[in-house]
Design a protein around this ligand. Structure first.
Ligand SMILES: Cc1ncc(COP(=O)(O)O)c(C=O)c1O
Length: 297
């Protein structure tokens, strides 16, 4: 079983503001009058209306659904998982923090690579974790995260989290699906593998398809801020945590994006004409911004 932070293990935290969609589901009917919680009548007088333009002002007028039901359903469909396994938030970074808050007690060991994407360390320090860094190993001229050593340290220190950016930032190194599965298999179940796939959309070779389906005890982060160049849009993750655990209601503040892109946009990084076959069909890679979890045993 994935280990949750002590204060969350046996405690149900009830969201006092679940939002209209959740309430409608619980009540079994539509709510006709939905003004509340700071929301305004249809034509609010706001000094920002002129600044934002009509469309944006209309979007900003009401709170979005805190549970981002529509987005999660769509992301789940594209990824072949259930909506309960998908979570949106304001970016990969905020999901890194969320994962740490869910799993770490002060003093817990967390493992990462020295010199990799530094936000993990920053947030880990913020939750009082003991950050253990493993040096890159060198292959020829290239540096790569040392998977064997990372797993060894995680095991020896009973780590709560092992963070791996794959593709790695800044080296650009990419471990293929089989290596990731081997890494996961080398970790104890209580060590959450926080697999940051922020750049995976740039892996266009079929051989570089990320692991399909759900990996056990793993959260997979995706983002719209890289290949899609939409840094203000949220993320998702398949996250089969017990429903008693708190959901990050703040996520919804930023999940009012119009829609997920239907097709992968061309970007300067992806001008290759051959797309990997795994990209063409709906698959775990078919959307960015997903964080795939996998506390499924
Ligand atoms: C490896 C990696 N993960 C996450 C992020 C942050 O992503 P987001 O913009 O979705 O917070 C970055 C940003 O540079 C990154 O390089």
């Amino acid at each position: 079983m994935t280990r949750f932070a002590r204060h969350l293990e046996h405690h149900t935290i009830v969201n006092p503001f679940p939002g209209i969609v959740k309430l409608e589901t619980a009540l079994g009917h539509r709510i006709k009058t939905r003004i509340g919680s700071n929301e305004s009548l249809p034509d609010p007088v706001s000094p920002l209306a002129g600044e934002l333009g009509k469309a944006l002002a209309e979007m900003a007028r009401l709170y979005p659904d805190p549970y981002a039901h529509a987005l999660r359903e769509r992301a789940a469909r594209l990824n072949g998982v259930s909506p309960d396994e998908v979570l949106f938030d304001t970016g990969a970074d905020s999901l890194i923090l969320l994962a740490l808050r869910l799993t770490c007690n002060p003093g817990d060991a967390v493992v990462t690579t020295a010199g990799t994407y530094p936000t993990f360390r920053y947030f880990a320090e913020g939750v009082g974790a003991r950050v253990l860094e493993v040096p890159y190993c060198q292959r020829g001229q290239h540096l790569q995260p040392d998977l064997a050593r990372l797993a060894e340290v995680a095991r020896a220190e009973h780590a709560s989290v092992l963070y791996l950016a794959n593709p790695d930032n800044p080296t650009g190194h990419y471990w293929q699906a089989e290596d990731i599965r081997t890494l996961r298999a080398a970790l104890p179940p209580h060590t959450l593998l926080l697999l940051d796939e922020a750049y995976v959309d740039f892996c266009t070779d079929a051989a570089d398809a990320p692991p399909a389906g759900i990996l056990p005890h793993t959260l997979r982060l995706r983002t719209l801020s890289k290949a899609y160049a939409w840094p203000a849009c949220g993320l998702a993750l398949p996250l089969p945590v017990p429903t008693s655990l708190p959901r990050p209601t703040r996520s919804a503040r930023n999940t009012r994006c119009p829609a997920l892109p239907r097709r992968r946009p061309r970007s300067c990084w992806t001008t290759r004409t051959t797309r990997a076959s795994w990209w063409r069909k709906p698959s775990p890679c078919a959307i960015t911004s997903a964080m795939h979890s996998t506390t499924r045993a």
